[in-house]
Design a protein around this ligand. Structure first.
Ligand code: GPU
Length: 808
């Protein structure tokens, strides 16, 4: 396929603008130019997309389907251009047409169809699948409202709806011919057939039409275009014939409205679980439409009987959110394909693989039996049977585990335990970083691991280096290319050749220069957004991620308050200036998390305007943290805060993005930080705090004594008292909840316990920063080792160990 030059792009965009808007280019707005550019991209994509699909069909390719309630894809214009090999050309074309590329790109709304790490991981995986030529597609929900837009008003988070579809979304194609019906509620009747098998009639159901919208997933310079298929909920039929009857008509409108709620909004909870019925409906809506669609395509394109399904299809479920796909496949195989239980089970258990993303108990999904039975009667019957057979199997074949049945059973204490269902039915169960997988095997899923050791495996997360290095940091990318060429683009581990330059002062200076330019750009952005001037010579210390107690933004704030107190006592303190940058959304119902946002903003409002700090301390809370904002911040970061309570962060993926952009990790031995440590060594990052075993040990023995630290450590006592006595805040109750949580609930996330080591790690980091060359060397070593964290490596491991698919 011929790549378009800047001239070609200009010509095509001009034609589009002339004919569609009947305008000259110079009269066009950024928005019109954006749609013109997107149209040109789509023109390029169309034949590649068709060809990819034809190839999969004609070669009867084995394919993987990634089922996920979240795909946090962000903006696509730049990554689509990059992957088509046209990003530079597009930048040039836009400039020559008299537009600022950035202003054109930002017309596109972020598709925020995800909360955080789990959803962004799904997006990176799709990029890697396509870029490595693998036949793999995503199935998700086309939420009309994505993750809420955050405003900060008087320091508080305020949530606004994210109506991202207000303007047409240029990347999606509605595919009405692929629509299908999803059924809820109703009555299940069973008849014994003459041959003894059961006939199932599921009647009087509520029916919803699932209509797919397809988004192309473009591989990097390889002509592969896979599909992200997002389902939208619609009424099965229009208004009734007798719509002359007003009453009836209004009733119908209410009904339509209730159906459209199904794909109405994304639940804003990250790593936490809420047992809301609408969420359960969303989950079944996704999996039923997706599994029906897979079977339909399989039959149409492969002309094989359903027995051959596991040879051609593997389904990866992204946490337990889509785990109802298991009983849904059983249902279709038995009730619609007329297979018996054993045959259906044999097929099902060869198809599913499950990824676990957390050990936090508050995130493990369980659904009340009553709710599931009412909403999904047939599905519940099937889960009940799976459970019955599973428990029988333990009773008879694993006598040694009889007493463990209550903690193994899928249905127990009035609840359906989704992780247990997923483990029992999947041929593979994986965690997302070594330490996380080990904790699953030894603690949370110990009993299951003993039953099925062969199912458990690790797949350390990754990020696409195309977006998170090449797209977001063009300066660093071209510097790396100047130094080691571009082999690493296709083989990111080749970044390791940078190591040869770790003592090359000239090279280190060049890296420093790039970082400084990126810092300046971020400083300008901050100024323009918030009117605050930050010192571009200060250390840019960044923590951007969802707000959670376990991620310990609070520890970060305590450090800032400590520095502020020091400066107040000694305004002439010799301290390298710091800029602390935060971005974080809190789940709307998560009170303590919102308090921490308020605290960060309150500290900012005090510190930033206090003359005694002499500009040495700045605290910036950037509102509405999302993928596009991350893309601006990460290239400019120098310290990457990855400070979760050890054992709590399954992997983290932000840590990898920062490392790849040359920031040094300030972190606990948690999640994938441990694997960064294994690569770069303790001398090239700042490790501090309790280890996972210590934390787990404390939990087993009822925690530690937070109060002792309060009593002994003046710095800690001062900070907590400041929170309690209203020194921060406009009225004196503002931060009491945080105070009480630490002292009266015994600091469940070990903030005080890790305070001193954290302060020391920061002091050490500051001392290293004074030695510019040393810092740059550490930074270079981090970039050099970051290739391991390309999601290309992760995907290759899924392919080799789980999916067994072939590149085309
Ligand atoms: N994660 Br469970 C989410 O982002 N949302 C969730 O609901 C659950 C987990 C995250 C983990 O917290 C993070 O450590 C991990 O890197 C990410 O999933 C991707 O695996």
């Amino acid at each position: 396929m011929k790549r378009l030059t800047a001239e070609d792009l200009k010509a095509r965009m001009t034609t589009y603008i002339n004919t569609t808007y009947r305008l000259d280019v110079k009269e066009a707005t950024e928005e019109e130019v954006f749609y013109a550019l997107a149209a040109v991209v789509n023109e390029q994509v169309k034949p590649l997309w068709d060809k990819t699909n034809e190839r999969y069909k004609s070669e009867q390719t084995r394919q993987v389907y990634y089922l996920s309630m979240e795909f946090l894809i962000g903006r696509l214009i730049e990554s689509n251009l990059l992957n088509l090999g046209m990003l530079k050309e597009a930048n040039q074309a836009l400039q020559e047409l008299g537009f600022q590329a950035e202003d054109v790109f930002t017309v596109e709304q972020d598709a925020a169809l995800g909360n955080g790490g789990l959803g962004r991981l799904a997006a990176c995986f799709l990029d890697s699948l396509a870029s490595l030529n693998y036949p793999g597609h995503g199935y998700g929900i086309r939420y009309r409202y994505g993750l809420f837009e955050q405003r900060i008003i008087h320091g508080n988070q305020v949530e606004l709806p994210d109506y991202w579809l207000k303007k047409p979304y240029p990347w999606e194609v509605r595919r009405e011919e692929e629509a299908c019906v999803v059924q809820f509620q109703g009555i299940v009747r069973m008849h014994q057939r003459r041959n003894g098998s059961l006939e199932i009639n599921h009647e009087h159901t509520d029916k919803v039409l699932a209509v797919p919208y397809d988004v192309p997933v473009i591989g990097y310079e390889n002509e592969t275009v896979n599909t992200l298929r997002l389902w939208s909920a619609e009424p099965v039929s229009g208004a009734p014939d007798n719509s002359g009857d007003q009453e009836e008509f209004y009733h119908h409108l209410d009904f339509e409205h209730s159906i459209e709620q199904l794909s109405g909004f994304l639940y804003p909870d990250d790593s936490s679980y809420e047992g809301k019925e609408l969420r359960l409906k969303q989950q079944y809506f996704l999996v039923s439409a997706s599994v029906q669609n897979m079977i339909k395509q399989f039959k149409k394109n492969y002309r094989l009987s359903s027995k051959h399904f596991p040879e051609k299809i593997v389904i990866q479920i992204n946490d337990t959110h889509p785990s109802l796909s298991i009983p849904e496949l059983m249902r279709i195989l038995m009730d619609e394909e007329d297979l018996g239980w054993d045959e259906a089970w044999e097929i099902t258990t060869r198809v599913f693989a499950y990824t676990n993303h957390t050990t936090l108990s508050e995130a493990l999904e369980t659904w009340p039996i009553a709710m599931m039975q009412k909403l999904l009667p047939r599905i519940y019957m099937i889960i009940d049977e799976i459970n019955e057979r599973f428990c029988q199997g333990i009773w008879f074949d694993h006598k040694e585990k009889r007493d463990k049945i209550p903690e193994l059973a899928i249905i127990a204490d009035e609840q359906v335990h989704m992780a247990r269902l997923a483990i029992v039915a999947s041929f593979s169960v994986n965690g997302v970083a070594n330490i996380h997988t080990e904790i699953l095997k030894k603690k949370e899923m110990k009993e299951f691991h003993e039953l099925y050791p062969e199912r458990f495996n690790n797949k350390t997360n990754g990020i696409t280096h195309r977006r998170w290095l090449m797209q977001v940091n063009p300066k660093l990318t071209s510097l790396i290319q100047d130094i080691i060429g571009d082999q690493w683009v296709k083989r990111p581990k080749q970044l390791i050749s940078l190591l040869r330059f770790q003592h090359d002062k000239d090279v280190l200076e060049q890296f420093a220069k790039v970082k400084n330019e990126n810092k300046l750009a971020l400083a300008n952005f901050i100024h323009q957004q918030m009117g605050i001037t930050v010192d571009d010579q200060s250390i840019f210390d960044v923590q951007i991620k969802r707000l959670h107690e376990y991620k310990r933004q609070l520890l970060n704030v305590f450090h800032i308050i400590y520095l502020y107190n020091e400066l107040k006592e000694n305004p002439n303190l010799d301290m390298t200036p710091r800029t602390f940058i935060f971005g974080a959304k809190a789940a709307p119902s998560y009170h303590l998390a919102k308090e921490v946002i308020k605290l960060i903003n309150t500290v900012a409002s005090i510190v930033n305007y206090d003359k005694d700090t002499k500009g040495k301390l700045k605290v910036i809370f950037l509102e509405n943290y999302n993928v596009s904002l991350a893309e601006k911040i990460i290239p400019a970061a120098e310290i990457s805060e990855q400070i979760s309570t050890a054992s709590k962060e399954a992997s983290g993926t932000g840590n990898m993005k920062f490392m790849m952009n040359g920031a040094l990790t300030m972190g606990t031995m948690d999640g994938a930080n441990v694997e960064i440590y294994d690569l770069v060594g303790e001398e090239n990052m700042f490790i501090f705090g309790l280890r996972a075993e210590e934390v787990l040990d404390y939990y087993q023995h009822g925690g530690y004594h937070a109060r002792d630290i309060y009593n002994k450590d003046d710095r800690v006592r001062r900070i907590l008292d400041q929170l309690n006595n209203g020194e921060f805040g406009t009225h004196d109750i503002e931060f009491k909840d945080i105070y009480y949580n630490i002292l009266y609930h015994n600091d469940p996330y070990f903030v005080l316990k890790d305070f001193e080591p954290y302060i020391e790690a920061h002091e050490y980091a500051e001392s290293v920063y004074r030695d510019k060359m040393k810092w740059q060397r550490m930074s270079l070593i981090n970039i050099a080792h970051s290739g391991k964290f390309s999601s290309d490596r992760t995907i290759q491991e899924y392919v080799n160990d789980i999916w067994k698919i072939n590149p085309t």
